[in-house]
Write a protein that binds this ligand. Sequence first.
Ligand code: ADP
Ligand code: AMP
Length: 224
Amino acid sequence: MTTTGKPLYIVLVGAPGAGKGTQAHLLTQDLGIAPVASGDLFREHLSKQTELGLLAKQYMDRGELVPDDVTIRMVMDRLERPDCEKGAILDGFPRTVAQAEALDKELAAKGQKVALVPYIKVGEPALVARLSGRWICRQCGAVYHTLFNPPKQPGVCDICGGELYQRPDDKEETVRHRLQVYFEQTLPLIDYYRERGLLVEINGEQAIEDVHRDLLAAIQKVMS
Ligand code: ADP
Ligand code: AMP
């Protein structure tokens, strides 16, 4: 699938573990637009021990949201990079209504807007099972699961051969708190986007390739 001349901004929403990162990586290959994951940006900052990374760590370790002002600035800077010329698949941002308003304002200033907000719906028991078995490639960010999407060789990325690791905030007590934060602070976003006619619900409790097929169909509709 190719994009038209205009930049395409797609916002994936869903609880932690819904499959946003997994699907963002697949959609990037279809659409040729960059995946922008706020959690990955914070983790990159942390691995470089930047001031922002160290600040974010205090919140991430507890499963809390990083304050809006620093999060918004970081993502907006990322969207200015050349690989976002054709748009972006946003994953994990916005996570509050204030972040959604900031994104809308920033895009409107450039004559652009969010094209579609797929809401990947998954129930709580499945979310916990997914996060507890999640493994991520340190090098390319590809996402695996011990049971649902295992790598060919344990601990090694199928795509780039990089080392796989488990996120410290995927331990059960932090996961429970992250889900609570999601229900309290991020769920209001669903209504925000529904009221603007941008929301499309996707059944996230299907096989990865079936979720991908439904997402592509929804995106194709807005692009045609
Ligand atoms: P998010 O980015 O929304 O937090 P991820 O894409 O990291 O979620 O997925 C969380 C975990 O669930 C990963 O281990 C991933 O391999 C697995 N997963 C993703 N989509 C599905 C699916 N449709 N069915 C089963 N497991 C999945
Ligand atoms: P994620 O990789 O999306 O699961 O995010 C991991 C952690 O990074 C979250 O638990 C938050 O602490 C922080 N984070 C990521 N994105 C945001 C955001 N948009 N707003 C606030 N905090 C965020």
